[in-house]
Design a protein around this ligand. Structure first.
Ligand SMILES: Cc1cc2nc3c(=O)[nH]c(=O)nc-3n(C[C@H](O)[C@H](O)[C@H](O)COP(=O)(O)OP(=O)(O)OC[C@H]3O[C@@H](n4cnc5c(N)ncnc54)[C@H](O)[C@@H]3O)c2cc1C
Length: 470
């Protein structure tokens, strides 16, 4: 139990910044078997596992660490996959520093157990050894569920519902399944083949995909309700927040998702005219990214890889109060990104296209009602940054789903997200919702949790109806 006192914390090797910024490949090499076992053995098997408590999926982390330390990886995979539909994805992109690892009780002075890297090792070994198999349904229930949205919430729900023997069809407006895991999060954090591998498994298990299908445009919600016994809405949140400052409408100022989607599509081999013409490509440009969350970190690091002349990130609070993962900031700094803390854009200037950003210096002030530290402008303290391209990464709000789906009866919260009851049902009978469209912009791990829980609620409801009829 006290191995952590003699064995130092070690993460898998990260490629040198000068090499990794030349491509979009993942930056960490995997653990080898011996290192994974050694690092897993640092778990103190404490009585109250805070790592598990702070994992949205309540992953039984101490148990699979113990098994991994003993080299019993097949059993470790069985335990880790019992609570998580996509552990290899969480192992790569969960902000472990804020969740499991951040709450590891040995952290003080010794460095937490490197949980995410061990989770990735267990799951990649499981794939390599052929332990990850498509679902084999022994008895079909004859019930059918339509899932709108193929992000982590929709895919996790599809996985769980198919396991119960239901017929499942996933609809997505895009040409590829995966949601933000494909078109938002860059390849250097999550290789697209990892997501495609799961889609393939789901298909092999009988989940049907109907892509290029935008509900509300290609097909109506009513038509889906008539086609399926239940419908799950897992459409995420995509309405980009705006700055509303002078010059906001100049050319070469882009919302983050437009920029990241173009880059991801390019990486996937698609023709992207706006990228190829140079408009949505940071190559050779002075790039300014605005925001301090994960999306902003992905934008700055993408711009570096596209060969930007310089990349500056403006964030209105300080480093300690930024919402993004501290680990990502460290990676970005190593790759040459300059962070300007307590800096907020006041206006953009240029002729037709942006040429400069006027930056207002800020200072921290009292916390707001939610306990979040506020900022205020330091009057008269402004500077100018030249810029050829500006990317806005200010966060997302929910789209107006009732209007988009032609379903005004769908109730929403005061934030515009879909309102659900404890069984994940919306105000429309047999229409459920899960993921960011309920929670607001969040994390993949929460989307997986919501998708799984919504699936089990749908299953319970459908099965109780079957019993009533019988
Ligand atoms: C740039 C970026 C980086 C991020 N990085 C991380 C990270 O490192 N770690 C982390 O944990 N989280 C990260 N997140 C957050 C995470 O990606 C989301 O919380 C998560 O993907 C939400 O899952 P979801 O299934 O609810 O929605 P989404 O992943 O958004 O999927 C929704 C799907 O619904 C589809 N859809 C929408 N409307 C319709 C319609 N009308 N008809 C049919 N289909 C529709 C969309 O095309 C999409 O495929 C990041 C987010 C962004 C934007």
């Amino acid at each position: 139990m006290l191995r952590f006192t003699t064995t130092e914390q070690a993460y898998p090797q990260t490629r040198d910044a000068s090499a990794r910024k030349l491509d979009f490949n993942e930056i960490s090499s995997p653990f080898n078997a011996a290192d994974a076992a050694t690092q897993a053995s640092r778990c103190s098997q404490c009585g109250v596992p805070f790592c598990q408590i702070h994992c949205p999926l309540s992953n039984n982390i101490p148990d699979w660490l113990k098994l991994a330390a003993a080299g019993r990886l097949q059993e470790a995979y069985a335990i880790s996959s019992a609570t998580n539909s996509f552990p290899e994805i969480c192992g790569r992109i969960c902000p472990q520093d804020k969740l499991c690892e951040g709450n590891c009780v040995i952290e003080k002075g010794f460095g937490s157990v490197t949980i995410g890297a061990v989770e990735k090792h267990i799951t990649e070994t499981a794939f390599a050894e052929g332990w990850v198999k498509p679902v084999k349904v022994t008895r079909e229930t004859g019930r059918s569920i339509g899932i709108i949205g193929s992000g982590p919430a929709g895919l996790a729900a599809a996985d769980m519902l198919r396991r119960q023997g239901h017929s499942v069809t996933v609809y997505d407006r895009y040409d590829r399944a995966g949601g933000l895991m494909i078109y938002g999060i860059p390849n250097f954090k999550l290789d697209k083949n990892i997501v495609a591998r799961r889609e393939k498994l789901l298909k092999a298990g009988g989940v049907k995909f109907q892509l290029n299908t935008q509900v509300g445009v290609t097909i109506t919600l009513d038509a889906l309700r008539a086609r399926h016994d239940a419908v799950l809405i897992a459409t995420g949140v995509y309405k980009a927040r705006e700055l509303g400052i002078a010059g906001d409408n100049l050319q070469h100022i882009f919302p983050a998702m437009e920029y990241l989607t173009a880059s991801n599509r390019k990486g996937l081999g698609d023709a992207v005219p706006a990228f190829d013409s140079g408009v949505l490509n940071a190559h050779g440009k002075r790039v300014v990214v605005i925001g301090g969350g994960d999306t902003a970190m992905d934008c700055v690091r993408t711009a570096v890889r596209q060969g930007a002349a310089s990349v500056t990130c403006l964030y209105r609070r300080d480093r300690a109060n930024m919402p993004g993962s501290a680990r990502e900031v460290k990676h970005a700094e190593a790759e040459g990104v300059v962070f300007e803390w307590l800096a907020s854009p006041q206006q953009f200037t240029g002729d037709a296209a942006v040429k400069a950003v006027t930056v207002q210096r800020m200072r921290l002030s009292a916390a707001d009602e939610a306990g979040r530290i506020s900022v205020e402008a330091i009057e008269g303290d402004t500077t100018t940054r030249e810029a050829d391209m500006v990317i806005k990464a200010l966060g997302y709000d929910a789209d107006d789903v009732p209007a988009l789906f032609g379903a005004p009866e769908l109730r929403v919260s005061s934030y515009g997200t879909l309102a659900i009851d404890r069984q994940f049902m919306t105000s429309l009978p047999n229409v459920y919702a899960a993921g960011d469209i309920v929670r607001g912009a969040s994390l993949v791990v929460w989307a997986i949790k919501d998708g799984r829980d919504a699936a089990m609620a749908i299953h319970a409801r459908l099965m109780s109806e079957v019993q009533r009829v019988a």
